[in-house]
Ligand binder design. Structure first.
Ligand SMILES: NC(=O)c1ccc[n+]([C@@H]2O[C@H](COP(=O)([O-])OP(=O)(O)OC[C@H]3O[C@@H](n4cnc5c(N)ncnc54)[C@H](OP(=O)(O)O)[C@@H]3O)[C@@H](O)[C@H]2O)c1
Length: 323
């Protein structure tokens, strides 16, 4: 039976999304089952059919720039209205949007980027449009004003940022308020049990301004599914095995084995414990885990409701992986 999916508002907005989302940076990625249109269709259909509503992509994702958005546009045909489509702009598109001289938060560039994303996604609107990284060359006031225009025109519904530091989150909030622009409703930064630096300044800012938080690499590319072990390594086609062997080589297996024993004692999987830990963290709106196979979607959805940790459980898990 498909477990009942849960929904949360993204920060202070009225936008509601499933607490288990789908990260889409595997679509069009070489050496994955989702490299092809067929593989992408299988994962997108599984997500749609099981009630996932938040799909998070970016214009740069895919083996070539724009490919993830293109494959998604095809996969979502006829079902676009069922989901909350989040994409991003602002990272280097290798000239695909024309020359940008590095200023990808400028009004000039944003107008080009949004049209290109809308075309690839085969849609008239983006539900959550995120600045992928801070742009030191364009004033944030100009970025906010350009995004305001897109909202007024109906091309974008809500805006978010990614990879901002705590002070940049505060600055953007203040400047939007001062100029009367719509505010960013979400922050997206790397956060997992072994990458917890956002707890120092990003999450306090997220909490102070009531933003929604979307952790990226939440499973550390599959490590926290429990399928990688000290003795066995991991699956031959797994992301860490194929693309990030250097990250796998740095894993603290003593900590991983303590965590696995904790899960075994409670009769839960590491995947369930990890989703439970995330969804109990203040500010976390949705765990946007990636997936390369439909069965991973089913497991991730089930994990989203399988286990609610106590405060003591959260502290114990956090202690396995000191910051
Ligand atoms: N804002 C940013 O700068 C930024 C940067 C990076 C990523 N992101 C976002 O974060 C999302 C998630 O990141 P990610 O996909 O790279 O990493 P992730 O969510 O930590 O790991 C996902 C990977 O774990 C494996 N997996 C997932 N569920 C599984 C299951 N139930 N059982 C076994 N294996 C499972 C799959 O890889 P295998 O099948 O290959 O093992 C999957 O691709 C991205 O898609 C993107 O939307 C944002």
């Amino acid at each position: 039976m498909v477990p009942e999916i849960q929904y949360r508002n993204v920060g202070p907005s009225g936008l509601r999304v499933s607490t288990v989302g789908l990260g889409c940076n595997n679509f069009g990625r070489p050496k994955t089952a989702t490299e092809s249109q067929e593989g992408t269709n299988a994962v997108v259909s599984a997500a749609l059919d099981s009630g996932i509503t938040l799909f998070d992509t970016a214009d740069i994702y895919g083996g070539t720039r724009g490919l993830s958005e293109t494959l998604m546009g095809n996969a979502l045909k006829g079902r676009r209205g069922e989901i909350v489509l989040a994409t991003k702009f602002g990272m280097d598109m290798d000239g695909k949007n024309g020359p940008d001289w590095g200023a990808r938060g400028s009004r000039r560039y944003i107008r080009l980027a949004v049209e290109a994303s809308l075309t690839r996604l085969q849609t008239d609107w983006i539900d959550l449009y995120q600045l992928h990284a801070p742009d030191p060359l364009a004033p944030i006031d100009e970025t906010l004003a350009a995004l305001d225009e897109l909202i007024q025109e109906g091309k974008v519904r809500y805006i978010g940022h990614s990879n901002f530091s705590g002070w940049q989150i505060a600055d953007a909030e203040y400047r939007a308020q001062l100029a009367g622009h719509p505010k960013f409703i979400s922050a997206q930064n790397e956060y997992s049990l072994i990458e917890r630096s956002v707890e120092l300044d990003v999450l306090p800012a997220v909490s102070a301004y009531g933003l929604g938080f979307l952790p990226f690499f939440p499973l550390f590319n599959g490590l926290f599914t429990g399928k990688y072990t000290r003795s066995g390594g991991g699956p031959a086609d797994g992301r860490l095995t194929v693309i990030r062997p250097e990250a796998l080589a740095r894993v603290d297996w003593d900590a991983m084995e303590r965590y696995q024993a904790f899960c075994d004692e409670r009769g839960i999987t590491m995947l369930e414990a990890t989703f439970g830990w995330f969804l109990a963290r203040p500010g976390v709106t949705s765990v946007i885990a990636g997936a390369t196979k439909p069965e991973q979607i089913e497991q991730n959805i089930a994990a989203g409701t399988a286990w609610t940790p106590s405060a003591e459980d959260i502290a114990t898990i956090s202690d396995f992986f000191p910051r």
